[in-house]
Design a protein around this ligand. Structure first.
Ligand code: KIV
Ligand code: ZN
Length: 562
C-alpha cells in the first residue's frame, strides 16, 4: 500500500531502567465516567435531559463515584442539564460531579455558576499543549501555552476557595494538558508542575492531573514510558492523583490504560462500551472485567451487563457489536467443534472436581458473573462437533449422554445441519435425539414385562418374563434368567433367535420431565457384525428403562445405519 511515507512515526522517549513491566495491577483505579461529556459530544443525537438522567443513574448504580456530567459553559443545554441534576436532588452524597471547562476566564466563571449547590464537585480545566497544536492551532510557544494554564489555575483557585467558603461544598480541581501524548515530556512535567503550584496542591488537597492520549498515536508501551517518566519527574507527585484519559484511535485504549496503570496511574476516565470521539474512549467495562478475571475486584457492579447495555443502547442510540468483549451477543458462544468439546469437558471438570477456580477453556469469565446465560454458550451449526450436541443435551435438557455415544449423536446432528444449511436451535437438537433414540418402537416391541427375583443356594438371580411383538405379528411369550435385569432380558431374547448382540456398557441417571421424575438409561451394545450400537430407554422403573434401552439399540440396528 502506497502513501505511508507521509506519516510521522511516534518518537518514543528513551527511558532507562523502566520499572512498569514488572508491576502488577493489584487494585482498581478511581473510575471516572465521561459518558455524559466526551461520550455525549460524540453522538449523532446527543442525549436529552431524561436520557442523561437515566445514564447518570445507571452509572451511579454501577458504582462510579466520579462522573463528568458536561461542559456547562459550552452550551445552554449542558448548563440546564447540570442545573436539573443539582436542583432535582439526583446526585447521591457519595458521588462527585465533574465539569469540564477550557482555561478561559468567562467560561470558568460560568462553570462555577453552573455547579452552585452541588455538594461534591471536580472542576476540570484544560488547554492543549502538544507541539502540533502549538504550531498549527494556537500559534504560541510553550511559555504562551503555560501562561494560559497558569492564569486558568489562578482564577479557578480563587473562585473555588470562595465557593467553598460560602457554601461548604467540597470542590476539587483537575487539570488536563490536552494532547499530552504529543507534548514533549519535560514540557508536560513543567506545565503540570506550574498548575500544581498555582492550585496550592498538597498531600491533603490533591489535584488530579489527567494525562490524555487525546489521539492515540503510539503503541501502549511508549505511553507507559511517558507515564513512568512523568511520575518520576513531577515535583510534588504526592500532591497529585495521576489520571489517564485514553482514546482508542489505534484500537489499543484498554492496553494503554492497563500499561499506564502499571506505570503509576491511579485514576481512569472512560466510558461504557468505549463510546466517545472518533473510535471512542477507553471502555470502562472491558477494563474492569479484565481486572475481575485476574482476581482483582474492580469495585464496579457489572453483574447485569445486559441491563447496562440496554440502557446504553437506548440512551445513546449506539450499538454494542456482537464481538464486543464481555457484552457482545456472540462472546459466550462457541461454534467450532473443538472449542465446544473443550468447553464441555471444562464444564464436566468443574462439576466433578468442585474446583473453587474457574477453569473452563475458551471462556475467560463465567458468563453468569455478568448475568449472561450458559445456554447460548454452544450454538450448533455444521461446524459443531460431538461436544456441542452433548453439551446442549446435558445443559439444556439434562440428558448426560455417555462419552462413547457423543460421536454417534454428533454425526446425527451434523448430518441434519448440513441438510438444513443453517444454525439449529437447542429444541431441534432435542427433536433429533427424540427421533433417533426415544421414538423407536419397532420392529420389536414389548407389550408386557415383569421381573422376578429368584433365590438360589448362594446367590439371587433375576427372571424376566414378557410378551414380544415383531412388527405386525402376534406377541410371543419370552422368558430368561440372568444375574441382573439386562442379562435376564438378553437371555429371554435369545430364546426367540435374537442373539449375537454383545453388551458393552450401561449408564443411567434420574431426569425430570415436566413435574415427573424418571430414569433414563443409555445402553452400549455391539451388533452381531461388531458395530457399536447405542440405545436409550426412559421409564419410571429403572429396570424397564434399561431393557427399553437394549431394545432401542437392537431396533436401531435393524432399521437405521447410524
Ligand atoms: O481527549 C481529551 O484530551 C479530552 C480532554 C478534554 C481531557 O477529552
Ligand atoms: Zn477525550
Amino acid at each position: 500500500m502506497k502513501g505511508c511515507e507521509k506519516y510521522i512515526p511516534f518518537r518514543p522517549i528513551e527511558l532507562k531502567g523502566r520499572r512498569w513491566p514488572s508491576n502488577k495491577i493489584e487494585k482498581p483505579p478511581v473510575w471516572c465516567s465521561v459518558d455524559l461529556r466526551d461520550g455525549n459530544q460524540a453522538l449523532v443525537d446527543p442525549m436529552n435531559l431524561s436520557e442523561k438522567l437515566e445514564m447518570f443513574k445507571t452509572l451511579c448504580a454501577i458504582g462510579v463515584k466520579e462522573i463528568e456530567v458536561g461542559f456547562p459553559s459550552a452550551s445552554e443545554t449542558e448548563y440546564e442539564i447540570l442545573r436539573a441534576l443539582i436542583d432535582g436532588g439526583h446526585i447521591p452524597d457519595d458521588v462527585t460531579v465533574q465539569v469540564l471547562v477550557q482555561a478561559r476566564e468567562h467560561l470558568i466563571r460560568k462553570t462555577f455558576d453552573a455547579v452552585e449547590g452541588a455538594k461534591n464537585v471536580i472542576v476540570h480545566f484544560y488547554n492543549s499543549t502538544s507541539a502540533l497544536q502549538r504550531k498549527v492551532v494556537f500559534k504560541k510557544d510553550m511559555d504562551g501555552i503555560t501562561e494560559i494554564a497558569v492564569a486558568g489555575a489562578k482564577l479557578i483557585k480563587a473562585l473555588g476557595d470562595e465557593a467553598m467558603r460560602k457554601s461548604g461544598a467540597n470542590i476539587r480541581y483537575e487539570y488536563s494538558p490536552e494532547s499530552f501524548m504529543g507534548t514533549e515530556p519535560e514540557n508536560a512535567v513543567m506545565i503540570c508542575g506550574r498548575v500544581l503550584e498555582e492550585l496550592g496542591a498538597d498531600k491533603t488537597h490533591k489535584v488530579i492531573l489527567n494525562l490524555p492520549s487525546t489521539v492515540e498515536n503510539s503503541t501502549p508501551n511508549c505511553f507507559a514510558d511517558l507515564i513512568e517518566y512523568f511520575c518520576d519527574n513531577l515535583p510534588g507527585r504526592d500532591a497529585t492523583i495521576i489520571s489517564l484519559h485514553p482514546h482508542n484511535d489505534r484500537g489499543t485504549a484498554v492496553a494503554t490504560a492497563e500499561l499506564g496503570m502499571l506505570a503509576g496511574a491511579e485514576r481512569i476516565e472512560g466510558t461504557l462500551f468505549g463510546n466517545g470521539e472518533r473510535t471512542g474512549n477507553v471502555d470502562i467495562i472491558t477494563l474492569a472485567l479484565n481486572m475481575f478475571t485476574q482476581a482483582v475486584d474492580p469495585g464496579l457492579d457489572l453483574s447485569d451487563i445486559n441491563a447496562i447495555r440496554e440502557v446504553y443502547e437506548r440512551t445513546t442510540k449506539m450499538q454494542v457489536g456482537p464481538r464486543h468483549p464481555y457484552a457482545g451477543e456472540l462472546v459466550f458462544t462457541a461454534f467450532s467443534g473443538s472449542h465446544q468439546d473443550a468447553i464441555n469437558k471444562g464444564e464436566e471438570y468443574m462439576r466433578t472436581s468442585r474446583s473453587e477456580y474457574w477453569e473452563i477453556p475458551y471462556l475467560p469469565i463465567n458468563p453468569a458473573d455478568v448475568g449472561r446465560e450458559y445456554e447460548p454458550v454452544i450454538r450448533i451449526n455444521s461446524q459443531s462437533g460431538k461436544g456441542g450436541a452433548a453439551f446442549i443435551m446435558t445443559n439444556t435438557f439434562g440428558y448426560k449422554l455417555p462419552k462413547a455415544m457423543h460421536p454417534e449423536f454428533g454425526r446425527v446432528v451434523k448430518r441434519y445441519c448440513d441438510e438444513v444449511g443453517r444454525e439449529i436451535s437447542a429444541d431441534e437438537v432435542m427433536n433429533l435425539f427424540r427421533q433417533e433414540y426415544i421414538d423407536i418402537d419397532g420392529p420389536y416391541m414389548l407389550t408386557a414385562h415383569k421381573f422376578f427375583e429368584e433365590s438360589g443356594a448362594d446367590e439371587t438371580a433375576v427372571r424376566f418374563e414378557g410378551k414380544l411383538k415383531n412388527n405386525g405379528a402376534e406377541p410371543v411369550d419370552i422368558s430368561g434368567l440372568g444375574n441382573g435385569p439386562i442379562d435376564a432380558f438378553f437371555n429371554a431374547l435369545a430364546t426367540v433367535g435374537i442373539n449375537g448382540y454383545r453388551f458393552v456398557d450401561y449408564s443411567e441417571h434420574a431426569i425430570s420431565i415436566g413435574s415427573d421424575a424418571k430414569a433414563v438409561s443409555y445402553i452400549h451394545l455391539t451388533s452381531p457384525q461388531g458395530k457399536n450400537l447405542f440405545g436409550v430407554g426412559i421409564s419410571h422403573n429403572i429396570n424397564y428403562a434399561s431393557i427399553r434401552g437394549v431394545l432401542c439399540a437392537i431396533n436401531r440396528s435393524l432399521v437405521k445405519t447410524p
